[in-house]
Design a protein around this ligand. Structure first.
Ligand code: 3PG
Length: 391
């Protein structure tokens, strides 16, 4: 497959799609991980003497200009990180953009406005894709986080230009791809989060490749109930009980060890000030709810993590935003930090958790994609990637 490095980029206009969909508060970027992750590609393009045209979405403005979703703050942060100028435009296509690009010097950087201000972006409108393509000579996709979207700036544009992946996209595909196709064993996946519904595809696919599957978070109660446990007021998806049971059966068939909590931190209500206690899963009182994995479960899970050569983690073990129910997620993060195995964090909440518990630098790979890494782990094709390999 062709990469950026196979092209002569000197003096070329490069439309580089990045994922600068970063959390913001009061007009400031509160987590610049995705911006930092795009820097190797941007610096490479600058070194090659390309004219760098960066494009991204931010939030979900639904095809309209939204003052709170402008990319200028992300551009300012990028400029600080690079220590060089990044010119931020207030449009992503049109005359002004064309003029700015025409006067761009090789090695300089322009950031287009939020591409989702145009409805055509999410519709993958061929006209908009053509307009993007007309701005450049080469398309570089480095937006792994948006690679599961078939949009004009992630997929459509690739039909009109030489289209290659950037360094971040390459790295993400490399790490996640190797993990799933030629894993070091024992290979353990930890799946948490609130709902079974969101993790169906990923659990199903992982059961084909892992040695151990660890379940935590809200979704564990549906599994526990499917096994006949009384779970009190804990979260449950009644319509997923059969599915949960079928996953447990599939694990048996495949020889995958399937781990569920053996004890939980319970609360009398869903509140940070709730009364709390620890209960074995056979002993959850009918009017209490489980909101985190318990200490025995933490020990069990930490042992499995410790004995694994490869561990992928997606989804928190409890309601870690609340101090009283953070211990499970924190302990798993620490076990991940301490294991000698290769650790992969599958974006989203788990990435936020390793940040929060100050162990991010101890992980081998933290994916910049939430939805994208999940879809990748489901075994799905990512349209933003497919568009490139079609070339
Ligand atoms: C993400 O944050 O997962 C990506 O930037 C994609 O954003 P989206 O879910 O709004 O398409």
């Amino acid at each position: 497959k062709m990469t950026m490095k196979d092209l002569d980029l000197k003096g070329k206009r490069v439309f580089c799609r990045v994922d600068f969909n970063v959390p913001m508060e009061d007009g400031k970027v509160t987590d610049d991980t995705r911006i930092r992750a795009a820097i190797p590609t941007i610096e490479y393009l600058v070194e090659q003497g390309a004219k760098v045209i960066l494009a991204s979405h931010l939030g979900r403005p639904k095809g309209q200009v939204n003052e709170d979703m402008r990319l200028a703050a992300a551009g300012a942060r990028l400029s600080e990180l690079l220590g060089s100028d990044v010119k931020c435009l207030e449009e992503s296509v049109g005359e002004t953009v064309e003029q700015e690009i025409a006067s761009l010097d090789p090695g300089s950087i322009l950031l287009l406005e939020n591409v989702r201000f145009h409805a055509g972006e999410e519709q993958n409108d061929p006209e908009l894709a053509k307009q993007f393509a007309a701005l450049a000579d080469v398309f570089v996709n480095d937006a792994f986080g948006a690679a599961h979207r078939a949009h004009a700036s992630t997929a459509g544009i690739a039909e009109h230009l030489p289209a290659v992946s950037g360094l971040l996209l390459e790295k993400e595909l490399d790490v996640l791809g190797k993990a799933l196709s030629e894993p070091d064993r024992p290979f353990t996946a930890i799946i948490g989060g609130a709902k079974v519904k969101d993790k169906i595809g990923v659990i199903d696919h992982l059961l084909d490749v892992v040695d151990n599957l660890i379940i935590g978070g809200g979704l564990s109660y549906t599994f526990l109930k499917a096994l006949g446990h009384e779970i009190g007021n804990s979260l449950v998806e009644e319509d997923k009980l059969d599915l949960a049971k079928s996953f447990i059966d599939k694990a048996k068939e495949k020889g995958v060890k399937f781990y569920l909590p053996i004890d939980v931190t319970i609360a009398n209500e869903f509140s940070k000030d709730a009364e709390t206690n620890t209960a074995k899963i056979e002993e959850i009182p009918s009017d209490w709810m489980g909101l985190d994995i318990g200490p025995e479960t933490v020990k069990l899970y930490a042992d499995v993590i410790n004995e694994s050569k490869l561990i992928i983690w997606n989804g928190p073990m409890g309601v870690f935003e609340m101090e009283a129910f953070a211990n499970g997620t924190k302990s798993v993060a620490q076990a991940m930090a301490e294991t000698a195995g290769y650790t992969v964090i599958g974006g989203g909440d788990s990435a936020a958790a390793v940040e929060k518990f100050h162990v991010a630098d101890k992980m081998d790979h933290i994916s910049t994609g939430g939805g994208a890494s999940l879809e990748f782990m489901e075994g799905k094709e990512l349209p933003g990637v497919t568009a490139l390999s079609n070339k």
